[in-house]
Each structure stands twice: as structure tokens, then as C-alpha cells.
Design a protein around this ligand. Structure first.
Ligand code: PLP
Length: 369
């Protein structure tokens, strides 16, 4: 098959042309550090960065109590918050290393390891209702990268049950794909990755309550995040968000992010394709559909290792992901082991579904089964 069928959008979504164009235009026509210079191009860079922040806040219906801290993506954003929350004698932080931290079992490794590495009492919860009791920090998955399930309802239940705790969301598969209102959800932070909703790689962030951001320890120290550095003694830090964004921001990617946010017109455009593919694949002997929700279709083929499935599909130009999907605890807990995941975006169409179904239907035969 010569047609390219890209079905790994949950790993990184196909990019909006406006996002690519905006990034490239930034380097062609502006190419100045935001925040630094007083000349026109630098001011344009700064303005664009601020507009991107506003665009992200608007996308998630954030009120004035929230801000955006830019990071490389979800992983860095969760590391920033996990590290920044720890009380230290540097005046930053709000919780101690041995306070109870709860993450959900469905979590991606990026919502497990940043906490496990820094806290001694991290519960990977299979029963949130019980486990959240006494938690100081709870960090939950917005939309699963394994099953495509949306956990917004569960997140608001946890918020109600635990009004005092710091509650955050791994929004990697949610921001830009699901219309949610962070203000009424009432969570303290949502981490996101631009590249998962059509923006360039290398930009994402933390949408966070300003009050909490004020208390976070920066992950990086250096230029841009200080107002004054003396020969001896403590530096005077800049205000948030800059304090938490040391170094030169990837302004081109941020311009691309702003364009991507504008390109998100309707949510869930490809969800019907997932349902259709699942319905057709269910009829193929030996195919076991494990999950078909939102933009994600996860399956196995009897007697064939998921990597072999993915290779056979790849040989026919159908690009999917196979393995543990960076969510090994969850796949073990479910007793599934490695899986194959086809993940869709609004750039896919019915012909892509047909191509997937056709190649999947030939896998067992190709393996001599
Ligand atoms: N969380 C979830 C649910 C994800 O699906 C991913 C990426 O696959 C991440 C976190 C990590 O995102 P990034 O690699 O952009 O930091």
C-alpha cells in the first residue's frame, strides 16, 4: 500500500499547517528573544508569547486565577510541579516529601515517575475513593493514552471530596481534544503538550492557579527568571510566570502553539472513525478490541505479538504504536500486557479506517496462522 496512513496521533498529532507556518514565519521575520530586547522585533516576540498564553487559557476556559507556565511539554510540566511543591529552606514549596501523593493507576509514566522520584509515599491508586483519604497531592489522568477514556467526571468528584488537597491533571491527551472548563473543574493545575494537538514539538506547559505557582520552586535557575543578582546574597526573582521559565523560550514553537490553538475548531472530530474501525475490526477473527474511546483504539491479535502486528502494518504504510504505551503499570494491572494502539486525529478519514481494517485482516495469515 503506498498511501501513508498515520494512526499514531496520540504519540504526536499530525500538525496544523498554520502551526508549522507560524513557527517558520517567526524565524523568518522576527527571530528575536522574547522579554529581552527593547527593539521592535523583540517586542513582537514578547507580544506573541503573551498572546499564546492567553490563547491557551481561553482554550480551557480559565478565569483570571490561572496562568500558563511554558515547558517542553507534559513531562517537564509535571516534573516542575512535583519538584516545586516540596517544602524547602529556600522559601519555596507547600508539602513535605513524605506527605501522601496519589496518582491513578491508568497514569502514563510521566505522571508516575516525577512523583515517585521525589516523594516517599506515592500511591498508584486502583481505588481512588479510598486512597485519596489524607492525600496532600492528587495528580490524575485527564484522558487515558491507553483506552481513550475521559476521566473528567472522576476528577470533579475527587475535587469535591478533597477540597483542600492540591489536585492536578495530566492533560496530555485532553487539552486541545476535549472541551473542558478548568475553572469549574476547580483543579490546581493541568499539564499539557502542544505537539499532541497539532502544535510544534518542544512546547507545552502547566496551566496553574497563580496562587500555587507563586509558591513553586523553579525547576531551572538562570537568565530571565531573576530581577537582580548581587555579588553575594540571594537573587531577587522575577514574578510568575517568568520566574518558572528560566532561559530563552522556544518562541517559534510558542507562535506555532498559538496558531494550533486557533486551529482547534471542533473537538472530537475523529471519534466516529474510531467507532467505525472498532466495529469492523471486531468482525475479524482473532482480533480482540480492548478499548475504543475518544480518539483511541487499542487491540491485540490472537497469537501475534503486538510488535509483529505493528511491523506488518508498517510494511503496508499503516503507522500505529505497539508495546506498553508508557503505561506499563496499567497494562499489567489490566492483565493485557503489550497492546497495539491506533490513534486518530481530524486529519484521518474513512479511507484510513479501510486501510487499517484491510491490513489487520491479513495479519494472522501473514504470520502463517
Ligand atoms: N501523559 C500522557 C497521558 C501521555 O499520553 C503522554 C505522551 O504520550 C505524556 C504524558 C507525555 O507527554 P510528553 O512526552 O509530550 O511530555
Amino acid at each position: 500500500m503506498t498511501r501513508e496512513v498515520y494512526l499514531d496521533n496520540a504519540a504526536t498529532m499530525k500538525k496544523y499547517s498554520d502551526a508549522i507556518e507560524s513557527e517558520s514565519k517567526f524565524y523568518r521575520e522576527i527571530n528575536a528573544n522574547p522579554l529581552r530586547g527593547l527593539y521592535k522585533k523583540s517586542v513582537q516576540a514578547t507580544t506573541g508569547v503573551n498572546e499564546a498564553r492567553e490563547a491557551v487559557l481561553k482554550l480551557v476556559h480559565a478565569d483570571k486565577s490561572y496562568t500558563v507556565i511554558f515547558s517542553r511539554g507534559t513531562t517537564e510540566a509535571i516534573n516542575l510541579v512535583a519538584n516545586g511543591l516540596i517544602l524547602g529552606d529556600d522559601g519555596f514549596g507547600v508539602v513535605s516529601r513524605d506527605d501522601k501523593v496519589v496518582v491513578d493507576i491508568v497514569s502514563h509514566h510521566s505522571n508516575i515517575l516525577p512523583w515517585k522520584q521525589r516523594y516517599s509515599n506515592v500511591i498508584l491508586s486502583k481505588n481512588l475513593e479510598e486512597d485519596i483519604k489524607g492525600a496532600k497531592v492528587v495528580s490524575l489522568t485527564g484522558v487515558s493514552n491507553v483506552t481513550g477514556e475521559n476521566f473528567l467526571k472522576r476528577i470533579s468528584e475527587v475535587r469535591r471530596a478533597l477540597p483542600e488537597a492540591i489536585l492536578g491533571v495530566d492533560g496530555a491527551q485532553m487539552v486541545g481534544h476535549v472541551d473542558f472548563d478548568i475553572t469549574s473543574l476547580g483543579v490546581d493545575f493541568v499539564a499539557f503538550s502542544g505537539h499532541k494537538f497539532g502544535a510544534p514539538m518542544g512546547i507545552g506547559g502547566l496551566i496553574i492557579k497563580k496562587e500555587l505557582a507563586e509558591k513553586l520552586r523553579p525547576l531551572n535557575f538562570g537568565g530571565e527568571m531573576v530581577d537582580s543578582v548581587s555579588l553575594d546574597g540571594e537573587p531577587t526573582y522575577a514574578d510568575i510566570p517568568e520566574r518558572l521559565e528560566a532561559g530563552t523560550l522556544p518562541a517559534g514553537a510558542i507562535f506555532g502553539l498559538k496558531a494550533a490553538v486557533k486551529s482547534v475548531k471542533e473537538f472530537g472530530l475523529a471519534e466516529d472513525l474510531v467507532k467505525e474501525a472498532a466495529e469492523q475490526m471486531e468482525k475479524i477473527s482473532g482480533v480482540k478490541i480492548l478499548a475504543a474511546n475518544g480518539l483511541i483504539l487499542t487491540f491485540q491479535i490472537e497469537g501475534v505479538h503486538p510488535h509483529d502486528v505493528a511491523q506488518i502494518l508498517a510494511d503496508e504504510n499503516v503507522m500505529v504504536r505497539a508495546g506498553w504505551l508508557c503505561a506499563e503499570p496499567y497494562l499489567r494491572y489490566k492483565g493485557w500486557g503489550p497492546v497495539v494502539r491506533a490513534s486518530f486525529s481530524e486529519f484521518n478519514d474513512k479511507a484510513d479506517v479501510e486501510a487499517l481494517v484491510e491490513v489487520v485482516s491479513k495479519v494472522r495469515e501473514k504470520m502463517g496462522l
